[in-house]
Write a protein that binds this ligand. Structure first.
Ligand code: ASP
Ligand code: MG
Length: 416
C-alpha cells in the first residue's frame, strides 16, 4: 500500500514515562497530539506510566529470586499497554480518532532473545491501515514479537526510544520527537550541576558518545538507528509546544575544534576480575553466567588482560582478566548476586563510577592533561582514563563522582 499519496506528513512522537505519570499528564499529552494531528499523520510511541516498569521489576523479584526472562517480558510489556490504551481513550474523547496497538500488533519483529531483543524488521500493516483511515496510531513502546518463537519480547530498559526511531525510519517521518519532562539535552545533569545549560544542536556521533557513556536522555540503540537511517531527532519538553529543545541531525562538525560539550556519567561501574587466562575465555564465562542467571549481559566499558610478573620464587606468570561493566541498577544487582557464587570471578568491593567529557572533535593529549590536572587540583584521583575519538572517560571512586562532574563542567565551552 502506498501510504504517502493520501497522507499528510508523518510525525512520530515518543512520550517518556514521566510525561504520562498520571491522568492529568496523559490528557496533556493527548492535547499536544490532537493539535499536531490537524497537520500531520501522527504515530505515537509510549513508555509505561511513571515508575511502572521499576515497580513491576520489584514485584517480580518479590515473587522469584531469579525470574525467567520470558516471564519478565510478559510482565514488563504490560506497562506500555496501560499507557497506550489510556492515551487512546483521551484522544478519542477529544474528538481525535485514535487506536492503540501492542508492539506485536504493530508488526515490530525482533530476534528471539528476551529482555534485550533487537528489532529485525517492521511490518506495520495495521498501522498503515489506521493512518489511511486518518487515525492517530499509538504504539506500546519497548516491545515486539519474535516471528520464530511467537513470543513477546522487550528491547531493554529505555527501549521505547528505539521503537519510536524504528517507526520514524520505516515511515520516513519528517521528524521523531522525543518528549520528556526536561527541556532537552544538557551540558551535565542539572540535579548535580545547577548551572548546566541545554544544548540546542548536536550531531548523531556526539550523541552516540554521550549515551554510551551514561547520558540517560536517549536509549543508545535509538541514536545508532537514527544515525544509520538519517532520522532527524528532536528532544524537548512534553509540556511546551514552542520550546526549542535539542535538535539532532547530520553534520554540524566544528572544524578542527576540540570543544568539551558535556559531562556524562555512569553512576555505577563494577570491576569484575576473573581467573581465566584469556579475555575470550573470560568473556564467554561471563556470558554463560548471565544466561544461566536469566539476566542481560551488562554493558562492557573495557576488558583488560593483566599479566603479573612472577616473583622470583614463583615459576609462572599469573594472568587475570578484568572487565569494567555498567548497566541498569537491577541488572548490576542481579549480576553481582550471580557472580559472588562463582568460584572464578570476584567483584572489587570498591564502588566505582565513570565520568566522561564528550567533545565536538577528536580528543587530544593536551585535553587529557587538562582534565587530569583539574582532578588533581580537586584532590580526585582517576583509576583509569579510557579514550575514544570523541571522549575522555575517567573511572574513579563513586564517592568522588559528584565533585568530579562539578569540577569538570568548568571545561565545558559555550558553542555558538
Ligand atoms: N518502560 C521501559 C523502561 O522504563 C521502556 C521505556 O521507558 O522506554 O525502561
Ligand atoms: Mg519507562
Amino acid at each position: 500500500m502506498n501510504t504517502t499519496k493520501t497522507l499528510k506528513p508523518i510525525l512520530v512522537l515518543k512520550f517518556g514515562g514521566a510525561t504520562l505519570a498520571d491522568s492529568g499528564k496523559i490528557r496533556m499529552a493527548a492535547g499536544r497530539v490532537a493539535a499536531l494531528a490537524k497537520s500531520h499523520s501522527v504515530i505515537v510511541a509510549v513508555s509505561a506510566m511513571g515508575q511502572t516498569t521499576n515497580e513491576l521489576i520489584e514485584l517480580a523479584h518479590e515473587i522469584s529470586a531469579q525470574p525467567l526472562r520470558r516471564e519478565m517480558d510478559m510482565l514488563l510489556s504490560v506497562g506500555e499497554r496501560i499507557s497506550m490504551s489510556l492515551l487512546s481513550m483521551a484522544l478519542n474523547d477529544l474528538g481525535c480518532p485514535a487506536i492503540s496497538f501492542t508492539g506485536s500488533q504493530a508488526g515490530i519483529l525482533t530476534d528471539d532473545s528476551h529482555v534485550n531483543a533487537l528489532i529485525t524488521e517492521i511490518k506495520p500493516f495495521r498501522v498503515e491501515e489506521a493512518l489511511a483511515a486518518e487515525k492517530v496510531v499509538i504504539i506500546a513502546g519497548f516491545q515486539g514479537v519474535s516471528p520464530r518463537t511467537k513470543e513477546v519480547t522487550t528491547l531493554g530498559r529505555g527501549g521505547t526510544d528505539t521503537t519510536a526511531v524504528a517507526l520514524a525510519a520505516h515511515f520516513k517521518a519528517v521528524r521523531c520527537d522525543i518528549l520528556k519532562d526536561v527541556a532537552g539535552i544538557y551540558t551535565a545533569d542539572p540535579k548535580i550541576v545547577p548551572d548546566a545549560r541545554p544544548l540546542k544542536k548536536l550531531n548523531y556521533e556526539v550523541l552516540l558518545e554521550m549515551t554510551f557513556w551514561g547520558a540517560k536522555v536517549l536509549h543508545y540503540r535509538s541514536v545508532e538507528l537514527a544515525k544509520h537511517k538519517n532520522v532527524p531527532l528532536y528532544i524537548g519538553p512534553a509540556s511546551d509546544v514552542l520550546s526549542d529543545g535539542t535538535l539532532i541531525q547530520k553534520g554540524m562538525l566544528m572544524f578542527e575544534s576540540i570543544k568539551v560539550l558535556s559531562i556524562n556519567s555512569h553512576e555505577t561501574v563494577l570491576r569484575c576480575l576473573g581467573q581465566q587466562n584469556s579475555l575470550a575465555l573470560g568473556l564467554s564465562a561471563l556470558n554463560s553466567e548471565c544466561e544461566r542467571g536469566q539476566i542481560g549481559v551488562p554493558q562492557i566499558l573495557s576488558s583488560t588482560l593483566r599479566l603479573d610478573t612472577p616473583a622470583k620464587s614463583e615459576s609462572k606468570t599469573k594472568t587475570q582478566v578484568e572487565f569494567l561493566l555498567t548497566g541498569p541498577a537491577e541488572t548490576l544487582a542481579a549480576f553481582e548476586k550471580i557472580l559472588c557464587r562463582h568460584a572464578e570471578f570476584r567483584i572489587d568491593p570498591e564502588k566505582l563510577a565513570s565520568v566522561s567529557l564528550t567533545c565536538s572533535g577528536a580528543t587530544s593529549p593536551l585535553l587529557v592533561q587538562n582534565v587530569l590536572s583539574v582532578l588533581e587540583t580537586n584532590g580526585i584521583s582517576s583509576r583509569c582514563v579510557l579514550l575514544s575519538a570523541m571522549s575522555v572517560n575517567l573511572i574513579l571512586s563513586h564517592d568522588d563522582r559528584h565533585r568530579a562532574i562539578k569540577a569538570l563542567h568548568k571545561l565545558v565551552e559555550e558553542i555558538a
